[in-house]
Structure formats: structure tokens, C-alpha cells
Design a protein around this ligand. Sequence first.
Ligand code: PRP
Ligand code: ORO
Length: 198
Amino acid sequence: MAALAKFRPVDSGQHDKDELREIVRERSFRFGRYTLSSGIESDIYFNMKPTMMVARGAQLAALEFLKIVEQTKAEYVGGLEMGAVPVIGSMAAVSSVMNKPINTIFVRKAQKAHGTRDVIEGLGPKEDLKGKVVLIVDDVATSGKSILKAIKEVRQVGGIVRDAACLVDRDEGATALLAQHGVTLHSVLHASEFVERH
Ligand SMILES: O=P(O)(O)OC[C@H]1O[C@H](OP(=O)(O)OP(=O)(O)O)[C@H](O)[C@@H]1O
Ligand SMILES: O=C(O)c1cc(=O)[nH]c(=O)[nH]1
């Protein structure tokens, strides 16, 4: 019997994704009347903070993104405040626990008028993104404009961005917009897994 234990099948990760989907369904998915950041109105909304802030959701979201880090051979992970920040923090911690530490940054929406005035936060004094492969992440992708803003800031300081990832893709134009800028969007979940569109 002990010998058989050696042949435990490799976990595809699908169970983790199923669990993450159920956490999103319970804690983040809402029907209602919402104005989106692009200004358009929607009758569904994903508030991903309650998923990213609960311990198991934080871990599972980080694990899904870390798989994409491996696939894309990213050296850094970053994204626009505020949506991307909780999951990026979780990725840093989970990757360290796994002994595969990933470097993380986040991009401010606007420069502060005080302090260091850095738009890209998280770099040490001798650290920069020049020539570094950066995966841009976000909690939700709708138009893709938030991800694109982060891409532009990272490219401006010499970072290489070929891939982006989101936890939930609403499939409302982000893939096409990012493709126009030479970036492939990887989506962990899609809005169609939560609601049928007519
Ligand atoms: O693909 P897009 O059309 O850009 O929309 C998606 C963005 O909208 C939300 O951010 P929001 O602007 O609400 O701000 P927050 O992240 O600071 O809460 C979300 O966190 C994404 O970043
Ligand atoms: O487009 C957005 O602003 C948006 C949509 C959504 O479902 N969730 C979110 O946080 N932002």
C-alpha cells in the first residue's frame, strides 16, 4: 500500500478554481444597478474585495495568478491600485511560502503631491523595472482601460509587458483592447460562469 502512495495523481488545480468560483459567487457577485468605472451602466457587478480579503479567497486567487506567472515567465507582478493591490500582496506572501518568491509592485492612479511621489510603488532603492518581464494583473477586466494604464506606466520605465491577467473577465472588450497593445489577457474566471446574457 505504501508504494501506491507514490503515484498520487498530480492535482490539475481545477478543484481550487471551482472553490474560488464559489467564493466569488457568494461574496462578490451582485445583481443591481451599477455604474462602472468606464461610465456605462450594468445590472451585474463583481466587488472582488470580499473575495480577495477573506483568507481562503486570498490564497486561491494568489495561486491562480501564480500559475500564470509560471506560464508567462514573469519576473514581476503589478497592477493598478486599488483593485489589484490585495491580490498582489497575497501573491507575494504565498509565493514566499512556496519558496518561489515573486517580485511585486503596484501602480498609483495619480501621483501624490507629497512623499516620494512615486507612481510605481514597491521597488527598493536599487531596484528598477528596466528590461524586466512584468505580468499586469487586476481583479476585474471590463474595458481593459485600468490594465492598460498600468501597462503604459510600466513600459514607460522600461518594463516588458506581454501578458496580463484578471480574476474575472466580463468579456466586454478587454481582450481586444489589450491585443491592440501587444498584450495577451489571461482570465481565471468569466462573467458567463455567473450569469447568462440574453
Ligand atoms: O476594465 P476596466 O473598464 O478598467 O474596469 C475594471 C476596473 O474597475 C475596477 O476598478 P475601479 O475603477 O472601480 O477602482 P478601484 O479598483 O480603485 O476600486 C476594477 O478594480 C478594475 O480595476
Ligand atoms: O467595470 C468596472 O468598473 C467594474 C465592474 C465590475 O464588475 N467590478 C468592478 O470592480 N469594476
